[in-house]
Design a protein around this ligand. Structure first.
Ligand SMILES: [Fe+2]
Length: 399
C-alpha cells in the first residue's frame, strides 16, 4: 500500500473566484506587510467583500518564521474564531498559517505536537479549513504536509521541519495574478526551489509513480518557462505555467521527500540567512554530482538521472546511461547561467574565515535535519564537509 496526499487544487487565471464556492463566512487572513504593500491583500479582500465574507488580517509574518510568530498568530486566531483561515503569501506565510491552523484546533498544543506520528491529528480539522494562496512560484507549501518554523536552540536558529499528513491545506488556489510582480531574482530563486523539489523527489528513496509524474512535468516546465519569466515578468503564459510547476513540484516532494540539497540548504540558511531558494538551488548541482559519483558502475542514481535526461529529450534513448545522467548536471549549470543564479557560496559574499569558522556548525545542523535521510547516497561527516567546501569554491564534485 502506498498513498499520494493531494487536496483540492484550483489553478489558472481567475482561480481566486473559487473562494465564492468555499463554505465559511469568517476568514482569518495570514499574510505579511510586503504582500499588503504589493496590493495583493487588497485583491483578496475585494473578492471576500464581493462574496459577502467577513475577515480580519494577521500580517505579522516574517521571513523564516519563528515559533513565537506562530504562537502570536494563534492568539489572534483564537480571539477571532474563524471558520476559514486564508494564507496569502510565500512559504513563510503558508507555513505559519499551518502552525496557527493546528494550534487553533488544539489550543493546548505546542509545535512539539506536530509530529508525523500524532494520531490525534487525523481527526483534524473541525473548526476551520485552510486555504493557501501562494504568491511566489517555489515552495509548494500550498500542497505539502510540512511547515518549516525556526526555534532558538543554543544561540542558533534551528529550522524545524514539522510534518503531519493532515497539514496539507484544504484548498490550494494557484492564481497567476500573484507571482506576476516578482522580481527577476526572486523568480529565479523560487523557481530553483521548485526545481530542487522535483529533481530530489525524482531520485528520492520514497519516489513513486505518482510523485515521479508530477516531478517530471515540473522539471520540464521550470526549464521551459523560468528563462521566459525571468526575462519578462509580465509574460502571462510563463507565469501561469511556472506557478503550476511549483505546485506540481510540491506534490512531488510532498509525497516522496526532498533530501540532500534541502538538508544542506536548511543548515546554510540557518547560519548565513541566504534565501531558501538560493540556498537549496545552489547545492542542487553538487548533490547531483555526489549522487552520480556513488561507487559502482551502474548505481541507481545513474539510472534515474539518465532516465530523466532521456525523457526530457536531453539525451538519446540509446545513449550510454552514465553519459546521459551527467547531462542533467550540465543542464542545471546552463539554467543557472541563463538566469544569473549565484551558484557557489563564495559569490554570496561569505568570507573564507567566516565559512571555515562555521563549518562544524553547518555539519552538525546538517545531521540534525531529517530531510537528508531519503537521499540515494547518504554522506558521512567528511563528505558533508567536502560538499560544503566544493560548493564554496564552485568546484565539480569528484568524490
Ligand atoms: Fe524547498
Amino acid at each position: 500500500m502506498w498513498h499520494f496526499y493531494c487536496q483540492n487544487i484550483i489553478y489558472g487565471e481567475d482561480a481566486l473566484d473559487f473562494l465564492e464556492k468555499i463554505k465559511g463566512k469568517k476568514c482569518f487572513i495570514v499574510t505579511d506587510n510586503i504582500i499588503e504593500n504589493l496590493g495583493y491583500l487588497k485583491i483578496l479582500t475585494n473578492k471576500l467583500e464581493k462574496f459577502g465574507k467577513e475577515y480580519t488580517v494577521f500580517k505579522d509574518v516574517v521571513p523564516d518564521p519563528h515559533e513565537e510568530d506562530v504562537m502570536k498568530g494563534k492568539e489572534h486566531c483564537n480571539q477571532y474564531a474563524p471558520d476559514l483561515i486564508i494564507a496569502l503569501g510565500g512559504g513563510s506565510v503558508i507555513d505559519t498559517a499551518k502552525g496557527i491552523w493546528v494550534m487553533y484546533e488544539y489550543p493546548e498544543y505546542t509545535l512539539n505536537n506536530l509530529d508525523p506520528f500524532n494520531d490525534q491529528l487525523y481527526d483534524f480539522p473541525k473548526k476551520a479549513k485552510l486555504v493557501a494562496i501562494p504568491t511566489t512560484s517555489g515552495t509548494g507549501s500550498e500542497v505539502t504536509w510540512a511547515a518549516v518554523i525556526s526555534r532558538l536552540q543554543n544561540n542558533t536558529w534551528r529550522k524545524m521541519s514539522l510534518s503531519h499528513m493532515t497539514l496539507v491545506p484544504t484548498y490550494a488556489i494557484v492564481d497567476p495574478v500573484f507571482p506576476m510582480g516578482m522580481s527577476p531574482k526572486l523568480t529565479a530563486n523560487t523557481a530553483f526551489d521548485a526545481l530542487c523539489h522535483s529533481v530530489e523527489a525524482y531520485i528520492s528513496m520514497w519516489r513513486n509513480e505518482f510523485s515521479n509524474a508530477m516531478g517530471l512535468k515540473a522539471i520540464e516546465l521550470v526549464f521551459k518557462y523560468l528563462p521566459l519569466a525571468y526575462k519578462d515578468g509580465t509574460n502571462k503564459e510563463a507565469r501561469d505555467y511556472l506557478h503550476q510547476a511549483a505546485t506540481m513540484a510540491g506534490l512531488a516532494f510532498g509525497n516522496s521527500q526532498a533530501h540532500l540539497a534541502h538538508a544542506m540548504g536548511h543548515s546554510w540558511g540557518a547560519i548565513f540567512h541566504t534565501p531558501h531558494g538560493n540556498s537549496v538551488g545552489l547545492f542542487l548541482r553538487y548533490i547531483t554530482q555526489y549522487c552520480l559519483n556513488a561507487p559502482g558502475e551502474t548505481n541507481e542514481s545513474i539510472i534515474l538521472y539518465s532516465e530523466l535526461a532521456k525523457k526530457l529529450g536531453w539525451a538519446n534513448w540509446d545513449d550510454d546511461n552514465k553519459k546521459a545522467a551527467y547531462v542533467v548536471v550540465e543542464k542545471i549549470k546552463e539554467l543557472q547561467k541563463e538566469v544569473d543564479f549565484i551558484s557557489n557560496l563564495k559569490d554570496l559574499g561569505i568570507s573564507k574565515d567566516d565559512f571555515d569558522n562555521n563549518i562544524t556548525n553547518l555539519v552538525s545542523l546538517f545531521f540534525q535535519d531529517p530531510s537528508g535521510v531519503m537521499a540515494p547516497r547518504i554522506p558521512n561527516k567528511e563528505d558533508v564537509i567536502h560538499l560544503y567546501q566544493y560548493a564554496y569554491e564552485g568546484k565539480d564534485v569528484d568524490f
